[in-house]
Design a protein around this ligand. Structure first.
Ligand SMILES: Nc1nc2c(c(=O)[nH]1)N[C@H]1C(S)=C(S)[C@@H](COP(=O)(O)OP(=O)(O)OC[C@H]3O[C@@H](n4cnc5c(=O)[nH]c(N)nc54)[C@H](O)[C@@H]3O)O[C@H]1N2
Ligand SMILES: Nc1nc2c(c(=O)[nH]1)N[C@H]1C(S)=C(S)[C@@H](COP(=O)(O)OP(=O)(O)OC[C@H]3O[C@@H](n4cnc5c(=O)[nH]c(N)nc54)[C@H](O)[C@@H]3O)O[C@H]1N2
Ligand SMILES: [Mo]
Length: 771
């Protein structure tokens, strides 16, 4: 018998086709005009051979090899759920008593599932918070540098993640859109909390049809679809700040700045202007100065500056620009340029970040409350900046700076992860692997034997969303969707909530954790809260049972003709509607940031040479700039064992793209297996070439599961193609402490040995005799 079960994921909404207790296919959500292909991998993921079938414990951990033991090379021993729950509870109790709650690292960064109740990270943090506290993580890998910076400059992060100027306004009023990093459609395949309607292509096609002129500044032509007819200006990675400063120089030299707006809506223009003109440091930031840095000819910079100054223009940048050394700077300078030209708050003009970074940015919308699990409190209040995990493990008690605060790292004894994967998301994995030896115990709730589970001590098998009921919702999507349980749990997998409830019971707080609700009661309870929030804002919603049987609910789309421009009220009356900055104005110079005294993030935007870029001396040995971008065939590491990702690989290896000339000088041709390396590590990749990729740049998507040739040995070749063995692990600056993966130099050569197999999609070594 075949059944259809409504369901949703970050990568799209669908009906799961279920036959004989197995998910055998998917049918895209009928209301989604561009469902994308990622949902096709769902059946492969649910029934993958690398699903974790029961709880396991690392053999060495059971034998007492804990602190100081390199993880990843040991066998695993199967244990019963009862034993696993007791081991975890005893260890949590012991470590809390001996070392205090902050010695439990429960930051657990990661995307988890679209389902909001069973959201693994939220469940874990609720559990750890109610149990006495933990050390958390603040901000996101996606845009940590920007999250620290923008509140100082524009008084809000809405310009990055929230309600930005929408496409309706841009299409009506702007003539030009300057797109740093382009507007890659592949990134619009996903929405955190689940896509109901993939809207980016709708909006982009409308804009193209309306004749909006796109100027694409990025190393990779494919970052904007052909049908946008964008003008492509290739730029050397990591140098956008220099381009923007030079554009500002043209504006000032030609008197094109908006003096009135600068006087009434901005502070610090005198300081920034002096820097641009070179009065502060003796270097005028002219187009001739920026040309050799960016590789964009000076006359082209002049023309670009004039065009942006004279035409109604929207200025945007992808989030990738700030995941780089001093990644705060291009973001600040882009906002500054929009302010200097008086564009902030003008209908359809101004600045916003990420239109090409995720689905739904700038999609015209009504503000409807999203369905969510309430955030849990962490009684310790302790946290680290999201990407400083290796630093934390290496330096217990060590001091560091972050956004004006001096903080100290905790002494970590337990690392606990649910719904994220540091062996996917973190940089310099070989360094992480060494630091990963410092905790006594690493607890991981996972669905698959990915690299994180393989480097854990206690592995608790989690269900996928198809094995439980839930509700998907995102602030960027009009649809709230029911996620019906489609099949029984695979093997002995359990819901994160249920396993944590059992551990809470051992620790004496089950009822506080569950509030005596089961899954059904939780969903009804959260739904009722959401309904009340909606009612308060005048939005009508159905009752739970009607919603559940229909499978989805849709918020009204704003009527055609309605448009939204961010900062419009501020523009109209800066005294009545000040920004939430210390001065209420756009801060071209920030006294607050200046007072921190950081040389890597001073009081106004500056050009600082990245530690790694094509202008650096190391470029002699490592002459290719590696951009490790978001994969078109997966969500991060999720879906990697699925058919969509598999079809894109070359002999099972992640593709790496070079300009054909860069391939030719290395004697390489498409389809070759190559070794990509630098002083931090090496991985294999399958070669592709693209004349639309700038010379000197290599592109390799993130997400192929880390698969070291010799598991547990730092520095071992990743045979699969995870670029994070190559990327540097340094904070963007002391201000943001964000990840700076995009500042990375490598070399590429033919791989000559016998091709080692990719083993990471099969379970690791399991010892069945013990325990
Ligand atoms: N080099 C480089 N590195 C990067 C980036 C880059 O551009 N370049 N980008 C960074 C960015 S922006 C991000 S957001 C991060 C993403 O990093 P992550 O969000 O950590 O990556 P995911 O692979 O989505 O990890 C989610 C994990 O949760 C698991 N999971 C899913 N559902 C459940 C569940 O219900 N229960 C449990 N227990 N587990 C579940 C999945 O199996 C998966 O392993 O990567 C960052 N890393
Ligand atoms: N299909 C899919 N979509 C995703 C994700 C996924 O895993 N899969 N992940 C989601 C997540 S978590 C996030 S945070 C977003 C991230 O969204 P982004 O950060 O915007 O994504 P990237 O793919 O890293 O980068 C976009 C483009 O920026 C360009 N670029 C890189 N460096 C520079 C530079 O220095 N200057 C200029 N001008 N351009 C540069 C590159 O050519 C690249 O193609 O994507 C989301 N969308
Ligand atoms: Mo992200």
């Amino acid at each position: 018998m075949t059944e259809l079960k409504p369901h949703a994921a970050h990568w799209g909404s669908f009906d799961a086709v279920v036959r004989d207790g197995r998910v055998v296919g998917v049918q895209p959500f009928a209301r989604d005009p561009f469902p994308g292909s990622l949902i096709e991998s769902v059946p492969d993921i649910v029934h993958a051979p690398c699903r974790i079938d029961r709880p396991y414990v690392r053999k060495g951990w059971l034998e007492g090899r804990r602190k100081g033991a390199l993880r990843g090379g040991d066998a695993f021993v199967p244990v019963s759920w009862d034993r696993a729950v007791r081991l975890v509870a005893d260890e949590t109790r012991r470590v809390r008593a001996e070392h205090g709650p902050t010695s439990i690292f429960g930051g657990s960064y990661g995307w988890s599932s679209a389902g909001r109740f069973h959201h693994a990270r939220s469940q874990l943090q609720r559990f750890l918070g109610l149990g006495g506290g933990y050390t958390g993580q603040i901000n996101a890998y996606s845009y940590a540098a920007a999250q620290a910076l923008l509140p100082h400059v524009l008084g809000t992060n809405e310009v990055l993640l929230g309600r930005t100027t929408d496409w309706a306004a841009i299409i009506r009023h702007a003539k030009v859109m300057l797109c740093l990093g382009g507007l890659p459609l592949r990134n619009g395949l996903v929405t955190s909390g689940g896509a109901g309607e993939h809207a980016n292509e709708i909006n982009l096609r409308r804009a193209a049809a309306a004749g909006l002129r796109f100027i694409q500044v990025s190393p990779n032509r494919a970052d904007v679809p052909d049908w946008c007819n964008a003008e492509w200006m290739p730029i050397r990675p990591g140098t956008d700040t220099a381009l923007l400063l030079a554009m500002a120089h043209v504006v000032v030299s030609e008197g094109k700045q908006d003096d009135a707006f600068l006087a009434t809506h901005c502070v610090g223009w005198d300081r920034l202007r002096a820097y641009i003109l070179g009065e502060a440091d003796g270097i005028a930031k002219t187009p001739a100065w920026a040309a050799p840095i960016t590789t964009i000819p000076a006359d082209r910079i002049v023309a670009l500056a004039r065009e942006i100054a004279e035409a109604p223009a929207m200025l945007t940048a992808t989030w990738s620009l700030q995941r780089a050394d001093y990644g705060e700077q291009p973001y600040w300078m882009l906002a500054a340029l929009a302010a200097i030209l008086g564009k902030v708050g003008k209908p359809g003009e101004g600045v916003a970040y990420g239109y090409g970074s995720v689905n739904g940015m700038g999609n015209p919308r009504r503000d409807v409350p999203s369905f969510a699990m309430p955030a849990a409190r962490n009684p310790t209040g302790a946290f680290i900046p999201v990407a400083r995990i290796t630093d934390m493990l290496e330096n217990p008690g060590g001091a560091y700076d972050f956004n004006g605060r001096e903080q100290r790292y905790p002494d970590t004894r337990i690392v606990w992860w649910a719904g994220g994967n540091p062996f996917h998301h973190h940089q310099d994995l070989n360094r992480l692997l060494r630091a990963w030896a410092t905790p006594e115990t690493i607890i991981v709730q996972e669905q698959h034997w990915n690299a994180l589970a393989r480097h854990a001590d206690i592995v608790l098998p989690a269900t996928t969303t198809l094995e439980r009921n839930d509700i998907a919702s995102s602030g960027r999507d009009r649809f709230v969707r029911a996620m019906h349980k489609a099949i029984d749990p695979v093997g002995q997998a359990r819901n994160d909530h249920d396993m944590l409830a059992d551990i809470a019971e051992e620790l004496g707080f089950r009822d506080r954790f569950t509030e005596q609700r089961n899954e059904d009661a939780w969903l009804r309870h959260l739904f009722e809260q959401w309904r009340q929030n909606c009612a308060r804002t005048g939005v009508e919603t159905p009752d739970f049972d009607s919603f559940w049987s229909k499978g989805w609910w849709e918020a009204d789309a704003p009527p055609r003709g309605e448009e939204y421009t961010q900062f419009a009220e501020f523009r109209a009356d800066p005294d009545e509607h000040p920004l939430d900055t210390p001065t209420g104005k756009v801060e071209l110079f920030s006294e607050t940031i200046a007072s921190f005294g950081y040389d890597d993030a001073p009081g106004h935007p500056v050009w600082i040479e990245p530690r790694e870029w094509l202008g650096a001396v190391q470029a002699d040995r490592f002459p290719l700039h590696l951009l490790s971008y978001q994969p078109a065939t997966r969500l991060h590491g999720q879906l990697d064992p699925g058919r969509v990702a598999a079809a894109d690989k070359i002999e099972g290896r992640e593709p790496i793209t070079l300009n054909p000339q860069d391939a030719a000088v290395r004697g390489l041709k498409p389809g070759d297996i190559v070794r990509v390396f630098n002083d931090r590590g090496a991985c294999l990749g399958g070669l592709r070439t693209d004349p639309g990729l700038m010379r000197g740049v290599a592109m390799m998507a993130t997400g192929a599961w880390f698969d070291p040739l010799e598991p547990g040995v730092p520095g071992s070749l990743c045979v699969h193609g995870n670029p994070n063995v190559l990327t540097p692990d340094v904070g963007t600056s002391r201000l943001g402490q964000g990840p700076s993966a995009q500042s990375c130099l490598v070399q590429v050569e033919r791989f000559t040995g016998a091709l080692p197999p990719v083993r990471v999609h099969l379970p690791p070594h399991i010892e069945v005799t013990a325990a």
